[in-house]
Ligand binder design. Structure first.
Ligand code: AMP
Ligand code: MG
Length: 497
C-alpha cells in the first residue's frame, strides 16, 4: 500500500540508526491529507480511520518500510553541536510521487531513538497541529515546504511544562537532508561520507549537475540559490521561521521544522516570536543574513570536495557566498515588485518598496492586510468611481497609525504605476494572486490548539480550510483575515517540542 523505494537506507550504516517506532496506547486519527496520499501513490482506505491511526502512530509498520533515524549535527543559535540527529523522528521510507519526485515519509514524535539524548522522543498535540496548519498553508501559498500527511493522538500524555496530550505528526519532504547532515560528517573528518552524501543529494535533487565541471561547487551554488529564493518568499508573506539553525535548513530548499514560527501581524522588521531567541538572531529582517551564514557552514563542509587545493576551494566558495547576497536581492525584488503590482523593472523599485515598509514599520501596519488593501486601491484607481477611489484609499491608510508616511508614499507608487507598460486593468487581480488575504495567524493557531486540547477539533479543521485558499476572498472566512484583538495577541511562541 506504500510503494516504498528506500534509497537513504542504502547509504552506509553510519548515516543513520535503524529504529522502530514505539507503540502507543490509544491512537486516534485527527487529520489525514487524502489528496497528498493519492499524489504519493499510497493506497489507503480513507474511511478506515482505525487503520490509518495505527499506521500513522507507528503502531503498524507498512510493508516495505525501513524505519531509521537520520544522523546530523548543527549550529543551534550559533553554537555547534556535533551530534543531534532525529531524536524523535523516524523515517519510514521513500516513495516516488505522481510528479516523479522522490519523497520521504517520516513520523515525528514516534518514540525515542539513539539520538534522543534526554528527550522523550515524543511530540505534544499543540506543536503537531501548528506544524500541520503551517505546512499546509505554505503549500497553498505556493512556497516550498514539507507537507502534512497525518496527525494522530497517541493516548499517552507527554510531560512538558505541564502534562499535555501526545501526538504523532507524519511529514513528507523532498528529503530530510540538512546543512547539518553535512556538518555531522565534516565534524568527524569523514570525507568519504561527505562525498557519498553530496553524490546522494545531487542524484536526488540535482541530477543535472552530474555533468558540471565541478559538481560539488555547482551543488553549493544551487543550494544557495534555492535558499535565497525561499527566504525572499518568506519575507514576502511576513514569515518568521524562528529557529534557522543549520539542522533546520534543507538542501532541497524546502522550509522545514515549524517550531516557534509565526507570520507577522503588524509589521516590525525586528520581530521574533521564539521565547528562546532573546538576541533576535532569527528576527524577520535577519533571515537572509542567517541564510547566508548557514550557507557558509555548508560551504566549509564541501571545501575538500570543491578543490584539493584549499586556497582555491575557499576562493571558489566565497564567490558563491557573495552571490547569495545578490541572488537574495534579486529574488526579494521580484517578490516585492509583484506585491506592488509592478511588471516592469526600474532601478528605484527597491526604494519604493523600502519606503512603504518604513511607513508600515512606523505605522504598525498589518503586513498582510496592507498589501491586500493596496490591491483594492489599484482596482479603484483604474475605474471612474471617485467615491470608490477615496474609500479604497481611506481603507488602506486606516491601517497605519500614524498614516502620514503612507499617504506620502501613495503618489510615488501611482507615479511609478503610470510608467508601467500595461493599462492596469488586471493589476489588482495579479496583486491579489500574490498577496494572500488569509495567513495562519498566530492567535488562530493558538485558538485551534487550545480547543483541540479540550477535545474540540472544529477550530483546527476550520482554520485548515481557511488557509487552504489564501489568495481568495471568501466571505465565510473573513474573520480569519483579521488581525488579533489586543486580548487575542500571542506574545511568545515556545520552542515547540
Ligand atoms: P528541533 O528544535 O525540533 O529542530 O530539534 C532539535 C534537536 O532536538 C533534534 O535533534 C531533535 O531530534 C531533538 N529533539 C527535539 N525534541 C525532542 C524530543 N521530545 N525527544 C527527543 N529529541 C528531541
Ligand atoms: Mg529540527
Amino acid at each position: 500500500m506504500f510503494p516504498f523505494d528506500n534509497s537513504y537506507a542504502r547509504l552506509p550504516d553510519r548515516f543513520y540508526a535503524s529504529v522502530y517506532p514505539e507503540a502507543v496506547s490509544g491512537p486516534v486519527l485527527i487529520a489525514f491529507n487524502g489528496p497528498l496520499a493519492k499524489n504519493l501513490g499510497l493506497t489507503l482506505d480513507e474511511t478506515d480511520t482505525q487503520r490509518l491511526a495505527a499506521i500513522f502512530s507507528g503502531n503498524v509498520l507498512p510493508p516495505g518500510a525501513t524505519p531509521l533515524a537520520m544522523a546530523y549535527a548543527g549550529h543551534q543559535f550559533g553554537n555547534f553541536v556535533p551530534q543531534l540527529g532525529d531524536g524523535r523522528a523516524i523515517l519510514l521510507g521513500e516513495v516516488v510521487d505522481q510528479d516523479g519526485v522522490r519523497r520521504d515519509i517520516q513520523l515525528k514524535g514516534a518514540g525515542p531513538t539513539p539520538f534522543s539524548r534526554r528527550g522523550d522522543g515524543r511530540a505534544a498535540l499543540g506543536p503537531v497541529l501548528r506544524e500541520y496548519i503551517v505546512s499546509e498553508a505554505f503549500a497553498a501559498l505556493g512556497i516550498p515546504a514539507t507537507r502534512a500527511l497525518a496527525a494522530v493522538l497517541t493516548g499517552d500524555p507527554v510531560q512538558r511544562e505541564t502534562m499535555l496530550p501526545g501526538a504523532v505528526f507524519t511529514r513528507v519532504a523532498a528529503s530530510h537532508v540538512r546543512v547539518g547532515t553535512f556538518q555531522y560528517f565534516a565534524a568527524r573528518g569523514d570525507e568519504e561520507a561527505i562525498r557519498a552524501l553530496a553524490d546522494y543529494v545531487i542524484d536526488r535533487h540535482d541530477p543535472d549537475l552530474k555533468g558540471a565541471d565541478n559538481p560539488y561547487l555547482a551543488l553549493l551554488t544551487r543550494v544557495a540559490e534555492r535558499q535565497a529564493a525561499l527566504i525572499a518568499r518568506w519575507l514576502g508573506v511576513g514569515f518568521i521561521h524562528g529557529v534557522m539553525n543549520t539542522d533546520n535548513m534543507t538542501i532541497s530548499g524546502e522550509t522545514i521544522d515549524f517550531g516557534p514560527c509565526a507570520f507577522l501581524d503588524e509589521y516590525d522588521h525586528m520581530k521574533v516570536f521564539s521565547s528562546i531567541d532573546q538576541q533576535g538572531r532569527y528576527a524577520y529582517r535577519n533571515q537572509p543574513g542567517i541564510g547566508q551564514w548557514n550557507m557558509a557552514r555548508l560551504a566549509e563542509c564541501l571545501l575538500p570536495l570543491i578543490d584539493a587545493d584549499q586556497d582555491r576551494a575557499v576562493e571558489a566558495a566565497n564567490e558563491v557566498l557573495k552571490r547569495f547576497g545578490e541572488a537574495f536581492q534579486k529574488a526579494w525584488m521580484a517578490v516585492f515588485r509583484q506585491k506592488l503590482g509592478l511588471t516592469g523593472e526600474e532601478a528605484e523599485d527597491g526604494d519604493l518598496a523600502q519606503t512603504l515598509l518604513a511607513a508600515m514599520q512606523e505605522g504598525r501596519a498589518d503586513f498582510t492586510l496592507t498589501f491586500r488593501r493596496l490591491a483594492a486601491v489599484a482596482e479603484a484607481d483604474v475605474g471612474n468611481d471617485d467615491a470608490g477611489k477615496l474609500k479604497a484609499e481611506a481603507a488602506f491608510l486606516e491601517g497605519f497609525a500614524p498614516w502620514q508616511k503612507a499617504e506620502a508614499w501613495l503618489p510615488l507608487w501611482r507615479a511609478r504605476l503610470s510608467r508601467e507598460a500595461s493599462d492596469g486593468v488586471d493589476r489588482a487581480a495579479k496583486m491579489r494572486a500574490v498577496n494572500p488575504v488569509v495567513i495562519p495567524r498566530n492567535h488562530r493557531i493558538e485558538e485551534a490548539i487550545v480547543a483541540a486540547g479540550e477535545g474540540d477539533l472544529t477550530p483546527f479543521r476550520r482554520l485548515l480550510e481557511a488557509v487552504s485558499a489564501p489568495y481568495e476572498d471568501r466571505p465565510e472566512f473573513v474573520p480569519y483575515a483579521e488581525p488579533p484583538k489586543d486580548e487575542e495577541r500571542v506574545l511568545r511562541t515556545f520552542c515547540g517540542t
